[in-house]
Design a binder for this molecule. Structure first.
Ligand code: PMV
Length: 329
């Protein structure tokens, strides 16, 4: 089964319908609370396990999409992207799936509110914004479930950026992945606050695609990953229901650390952290020992996302003046 088969299944004859001149679309960054790490199908980005994230509402990617009759052109943050770069190729490979005829070219102008490719989920918001833009350009009028499936074909975690708030990504069982998409959960938790501590905005040392493939092939710790995820998801949903910050924070942090433990156990080892990452981790643990309820999560990069109660915002700002606080609700 190819990506094109999935697209044909979703769009049918709708694919090459009329299009508008220029459209603009947005999608938020999403931060995984229970991580996606490892694929059951590397072509369709189908995950081994379910995962759960929170979207950062106003922080994400805005993409302008139009059509030209010359050649595909990609801009990132107002800069024209080199046609031989990975970034260009990933985008062109994706829009290829929707090209009505070979003479039909796209101009993609994309802007990120966050550093690109630094483990801050820019590819998630990026591919989701592009999917939203394609949906507008071709007037597909797709529902969120189908949009989520299309966004997943660009980057796995992009399927969770289709919604705001808490989003649950069903791993699904089907070979074509039609049951693998992000679904919004009804929980609202206005006190829950996220803060970003940027350690580095440089591109990550190894792509998450390569890293998760190596981990699942070589890490012995990874053998327990599915079991670990089932346990953590159950506990996290319980803590969400009760708005229990301590339990919620502990599970989120521990889940991130266990993902990084499987990376360390990979041959050769994968380490996204920098010395400043570890320094922040120690400061956070130290604050907790002193009664301040703050937790963290880390993705495929060195940057830290803090999790805490809104009422502690001033305390957090005092200890981390450089923190970027996110308005989720
Ligand atoms: O969707 P990708 O290939 O960017 O992988 C995302 C992997 C993590 O961010 C580390 C975890 C997750 O669930 O988002």
């Amino acid at each position: 089964m190819t990506k094109q088969d999935v697209i044909n299944q979703i769009l049918g004859k709708n694919k090459s319908s009329d299009y508008y001149g220029t459209v603009t679309a947005f999608a938020p960054v999403n931060i995984a609370l229970i991580k996606y790490w490892g694929k059951r199908n590397e072509i369709l980005n189908l995950p081994v396990t379910d995962s759960l994230s929170i979207s950062l509402t106003n922080l994400g990617t805005t993409t302008e999409l139009s059509v030209n009759n010359n050649k595909d052109t990609v801009f990132l943050n107002d800069k024209k992207i080199d046609e031989h770069s990975d970034f260009f190729n990933r985008i062109v490979n994706f829009v290829d799936l929707f090209r009505p005829d070979p003479e039909f070219y796209f101009t993609v102008k994309t802007k990120n509110d966050i550093p690109t490719n630094a483990g801050l989920a820019s590819s998630a918001s990026g591919f989701c914004a592009l999917t939203n833009a394609l949906n507008k350009l071709f007037s597909w009028n797709l529902d969120h479930q189908h949009m989520s499936i299309i966004a997943r074909l660009g980057s796995g975690s992009a399927c969770r950026s289709i919604e705001n708030g808490f989003v649950y990504w069903h791993a699904g069982k089907q070979q074509d992945g039609m049951d693998s998409y992000g679904e919004t959960l009804s929980y609202k938790w206005s006190e829950l606050t996220i803060g970003i501590l940027t350690v580095s905005d440089k591109p990550k040392v190894i792509s998450s695609r390569k890293a998760m493939s190596l981990t699942s092939k070589t890490s012995l710790l990874y053998k327990n990953w599915s079991e670990r995820i089932s346990h953590d998801l159950k506990s996290l949903l319980g803590s969400l229901k009760e708005k229990d910050m301590k339990r919620f924070g502990e599970i989120t942090e521990s889940n991130a650390l266990s993902m990084h433990a499987t990376m360390l156990d990979t041959k050769p080892p994968i380490l996204y952290w920098l010395p400043e990452t570890v320094q922040y981790m120690r400061e956070i643990w130290n604050l907790r020992e002193n009664g301040i309820s703050v937790y963290f999560t880390i993705d495929a990069g060195p940057n830290i996302k803090l999790i805490f109660d809104k009422k502690d915002s001033n305390t957090i700002k005092k200890y981390f003046p450089e923190v970027k606080l996110i308005n989720i609700w």
